[in-house]
Design a protein around this ligand. Structure first.
Ligand code: 9WN
Length: 425
């Protein structure tokens, strides 16, 4: 019988393109932002040099203004839409690899701490300079987040495109996305549905709106101030904010390890702002945290995994803890595997369609981590155990049907392999 840990390492080796890892062969032929951060943690369980390399290749795509783009197009490929010809971001990152024009969840800072902890265990002293370089890139990117995506200092950072959330077609974005026109100047040549059954992917109308948004921001020449004022889609996202807050806490830890007292003060201020912002988003009815639509001014009361992600950054009070525990248990009732990304009792739930119900290993990883941080260790262990066993049964798939446990989307997925390696330790 093949050892599953070896199989997970083999997935990472197979998706290695020379220092960076593609999410999976064919469907996603480039380096993705939050995928790479998770993948680096997977590598750190057995090859710390390669783990560092993953982040080092990633920061090659950092923009002059500090933004970490969501895709780095290291080498051309025509198996993905939209490619660099659609984004047209050359002026933002002179002499660097081509990139997309939007960002993704800042898991980078969380990964950097994870990697540096592994370095400390090995007692290696030759990684300091590399660590400093990565830390500085992370700090610049956090500054970009606050400046570009929270100009009103609410303590909540906004997404301007559903792709930025990483949960592209989540029901959480439905109402806001419905206001975005479906007209596009670009010819939409979807490649994803050549790799994966269309019923497991976003719909064509979603792609029209996704592409329309890209065109709006391209016309703003990717200038953050212009984008902010022209954005037809603008959501203060609690998932994004929570990841940024947690990553900021991890950078605080890094700064104290590295004796960077100047950075510490700035990071503390950033962290407090984000924690206050997140705390203000507790919603009694949903029994979780909710995002805010900055265009309609409305709370987004959709039961999606987003509501639980703030656990990774916050210390909940006992009432919130109990509510979230009960809610997660309720969502998992009758499921072969939890946690569904949309509550199964919601009319929006679709067990096979991408972010509208399927279980994602990295989301379980984050939520389990948040549960542990909040002393809900038993529930965390159940979720981790279920994630490990579904991967052992169904393979390293992109996501899983919570009702049947079937593996869906792309297979041989890098971040699913990384999740396995980290959760199985
Ligand atoms: C758009 C790579 C990425 C993940 C996202 C996931 C999916 C891309 C797509 O794949 O998004 O960025 O084309 O569908 O939604 O979370 O980072 O794995």
């Amino acid at each position: 019988m093949v050892n599953v840990t070896d199989a997970a390492r083999a997935i990472l080796a197979r998706n290695d393109r020379g220092g960076y890892t593609v999410p999976t062969d064919g469907l996603y032929p480039f380096q993705w932002n939050w995928d790479s951060a998770f993948v680096s943690m997977g590598f750190a369980t057995f090859d710390i040099d390669r783990a560092y390399q993953e982040l080092e290749r990633f920061i090659q795509g950092q923009w002059n203004n500090g933004m970490f783009p969501h895709i780095i197009f290291h080498v051309p490929s025509d198996s993905y839409f939209p490619g660099p010809d659609v984004w047209q971001t050359e002026q933002c990152h002179s002499k660097k690899p081509m990139t997309s024009g939007i960002t993704q969840p800042p898991v980078f800072g969380i990964a950097l701490r994870f990697l540096y902890e592994a370095v400390l265990v090995t007692g290696r002293h030759d990684m300091l300079e590399r660590t400093h370089t990565l830390f500085n890139a992370a700090l610049r990117s956090h500054r970009w987040w606050l400046k570009a995506r929270d100009p009103d200092k609410r303590g909540l950072v906004a997404i301007l495109h559903p792709w930025e959330s990483g949960s592209d077609n989540s029901p959480a974005w439905d109402e806001a996305l419905a206001r975005v026109p479906t007209t596009t100047k670009t010819e939409i040549c979807r490649q994803d549905t050549k790799h994966v059954n269309a019923t497991m992917r976003p719909r064509n109308i979603d792609y029209q709106r996704f592409t329309h948004l890209v065109e709006v921001y391209r016309e703003c020449q990717w200038d953050p101030i212009k984008q902010w004022s022209h954005a037809p889609f603008k959501i203060a996202d609690v998932q994004m904010t929570a990841i940024l807050a947690r990553a900021t806490a991890d950078l605080i830890w890094m700064a104290s390890q590295l004796n960077l007292s100047d950075a510490l003060e700035e990071l503390f201020t950033m962290h407090q702002l984000l924690i206050n912002g997140l705390n203000s988003r507790w919603n009694q009815h949903i029994r979780g945290f909710v995002s805010l639509d900055l265009i309609s001014g409305k709370d987004i009361e959709k039961p999606t995994q987003t509501c639980f992600i703030p656990l990774i950054a916050l210390e909940l009070d006992s009432y919130q803890r109990k509510s979230i525990q009960e809610e997660i248990e309720r969502w998992c009732q009758g499921m072969v595997i939890g946690i569904p990304t949309t509550a199964p009792f919601s009319p929006d739930f679709e067990s096979k369609r991408y972010w509208r119900g399927p279980v994602w290993a990295v989301i379980n990883w984050l939520i389990a981590d948040g549960l542990r941080k909040n002393q809900l260790k038993e529930l965390a262990a159940i979720i981790e155990g279920n994630t490990i066993s579904v991967i052992e049964r169904a393979g390293f798939c992109e996501y899983f049907d919570p009702i049947t446990g079937e593996g869906l989307g792309g297979n041989t997925f890098s971040w699913t392999a990384a999740a396995y390696l980290v959760l199985r330790r």
